[in-house]
Design a protein. Structure first.
Length: 288
């Protein structure tokens, strides 16, 4: 009887060990799956290039997807355990994501300003108001300079991290290196995509000409508007009137694209904040 009880006890113990090993294996599998998702999103984010405002909205979607995957990773207890002993690395990550949050906050403000400038330019073109158009173009130029500055700042943050920078010169576990490495690579990929995004919108911010959507013909357009006022009492007649109508159409398209960009920018800003808050919560939990 005693031997039978011992046998049953041994079987129960083996079942507990097997169950524990199974749970560990499943947890590792889950983390690997999240890691692969993040790597795929990193590749898409790095490969993306901004060539138009439509492409900019696609780039924002890639960044948002990347940070959604990061959020899933940071929810895993295994990832949280890996970060528990990575105090210095987490501090550096928090700094990196804070810079990205600040940059996208400034970008949102610049997009709102650009939207107003485009609306002013459109109103000026419709009313044949050369002075107001010139003022709107100057404001657009200022918004473009701010966006270019943000792009330069983001490029400085888009440096691929080395193992040494990840660990701050100290040794770490394989899990710690893997998780912190993924997070730092993701921050670098986000910064790279942000630099491309900010630069593309900066290049488009002065879009007033019908064909090129650039600001190169603004002076000619102002003259054209004034000239058109004198030569024709019927607005929109002749080649000059057609040119003004074409510019108005381009500005309307630009205005619609900026509205889409504004919505995507808000989503990315929130996802960046959520990533940093998740990291901060993990860091704070293991400090106290």
């Amino acid at each position: 009887m005693e031997g039978g009880m011992d046998d049953h006890g041994g079987e129960d113990e083996l079942e507990e060990i097997d169950e524990g090993a199974y749970e560990q294996a499943q947890a590792k599998k889950s983390m690997r799956s999240k890691n692969y998702t993040i790597l795929e999103d990193q590749i898409l984010t790095k490969a993306w290039s901004a060539v138009s405002l439509d492409a900019c909205t696609a780039g924002l979607a890639h960044v948002d997807a990347l940070h959604a995957a990061l959020g899933d990773l940071l929810d895993l207890p295994e990832a949280q355990d890996a970060l528990s002993g990575a105090g210095g690395s987490v501090d550096r990550l928090l700094d990196s994501f804070l810079r990205l949050v600040d940059a996208h906050g400034c970008f949102q403000e610049a997009v709102v300003a650009l939207k107003q400038d485009v609306a002013d330019a459109l109103a000026a073109v419709r009313r044949r108001d050369g002075a107001r158009l010139a003022s709107a173009v100057r404001a657009q130029r200022g918004a473009g300079q701010e966006l270019a500055r943000l792009a330069a700042t983001a490029r400085e943050s888009a440096v691929r991290p080395s193992r040494l920078s990840i660990l701050g010169g100290t040794q770490g576990s394989a899990a710690e290196v893997e998780v912190t490495g993924l997070l730092m690579e993701s921050a670098a990929a986000t910064a790279s995509a942000s630099a491309a995004l900010f630069g593309a919108v900066a290049a488009m911010s002065g879009s007033v000409e019908a064909e090129s959507c650039s600001c190169k013909g603004t002076a000619a357009l102002v003259c054209l508007v004034k000239k058109n006022k004198k030569k024709s009492s019927a607005p929109g007649c002749g080649e000059e009137g057609m040119a003004v109508a074409a510019v108005a159409e381009r500005l309307e398209e630009l205005e619609e694209c900026i509205e889409e960009l504004e919505a995507g920018s808000e989503k990315v800003f929130r996802s960046l904040v959520q990533t940093r808050v998740a990291l901060l919560n993990i860091h704070t939990l293991h400090i106290f």
